[in-house]
Design a protein around this ligand. Structure first.
Ligand SMILES: O=C(O)[C@H](O)[C@@H](O)[C@H](O)[C@H](O)COP(=O)(O)O
Length: 232
């Protein structure tokens, strides 16, 4: 269980700190290997971080951006994480980056997951950066308690890729990178905000049952140290 925690006085300060850390990690990756990759989470928390990151002056044309997970809805749907990225991240300088979506207008979520696995294989082994969020139920990515593919999703020996997930708390069927594809990101960050999520984190750190709180797989088994970013 290797993690560090950085607490900030507010969300704006966290956004500045995390965006600076990510911009440096991406630039270092470009300097070392000529390109960089980042997987970001959706939800409501990342908006301020996305906006600050979009203003960073790095070689975005050498960066590939994708999503940690996605709802099985098209990019014009209010629930879409692609839509969220379009509105808050893929703006300004970051518009020069290559964005690879997870959703595809396939007949089934499973067919879309197969396409997304193929389309992301070339830049996710490992990711340079993966930014995770956490729900109050202890999910991260689309690793939801009770998820129909949760065991497979958390299996570190499973081949990297995208799998589908359905669960009571998930809404639509989800498309999610597997734990095996996320847990060795060169920079693995968990971005959470608010008092309730701080207490959810404490509960997660106090136990080992990953079916109860799937975030525990990341906190307890990730190969990379987890950098936790928190603000009130
Ligand atoms: O598609 C999603 O919703 C996210 O990827 C998910 O894992 C998110 O990070 C948590 O649900 C936290 O969401 P909030 O930031 O809205 O609390």
């Amino acid at each position: 269980m290797a993690f560090s925690r950085k607490d900030f006085e507010n969300g704006a300060a966290l956004a500045e700190g995390l965006a600076a850390r990510v911009a440096t990690a991406l630039s270092d990756a470009i300097a070392a290997r000529g390109s960089a990759s980042i997987a970001v989470s959706g939800g409501s928390t990342p908006k301020a971080f996305f906006k600050v990151l979009s203003g960073k002056d790095i070689a975005w044309d050498k960066v590939t951006i994708t999503l940690v997970d996605e709802r099985f809805v098209p990019a014009d749907n209010a629930r879409s994480n692609h839509k969220l990225a379009n509105e808050f991240l893929l703006i300004g300088k970051t518009a020069a980056a290559t964005f690879v979506p997870l959703y595809h207008a396939a007949d089934t979520a499973e067919a879309a997951a197969e396409i997304a696995t193929r389309e992301t294989a070339g830049f996710s082994n490992p990711f340079d950066v993966a930014i995770l969020g956490m729900g109050n139920d202890g999910h991260t990515a689309s690793f939801f308690p009770g998820g129909n593919h949760l065991v497979e999703a958390l299996d570190a020996s499973r081949p990297r890729g995208i799998l589908t997930m359905e669960a009571d708390g998930a809404g639509e069927p989800r498309l999610t990178f597997s734990f095996s594809a996320l847990q060795d990101a060169r920079l693995l960050a968990l971005h959470i905000e608010g008092a309730e999520k701080a207490s959810v984190l404490e509960k997660a750190l106090g136990g080992t049952d990953e079916a109860e709180m799937p975030i525990r797989a990341v906190l307890n088994r990730a190969m990379s140290p987890v950098e936790i970013y928190w603000a009130p």
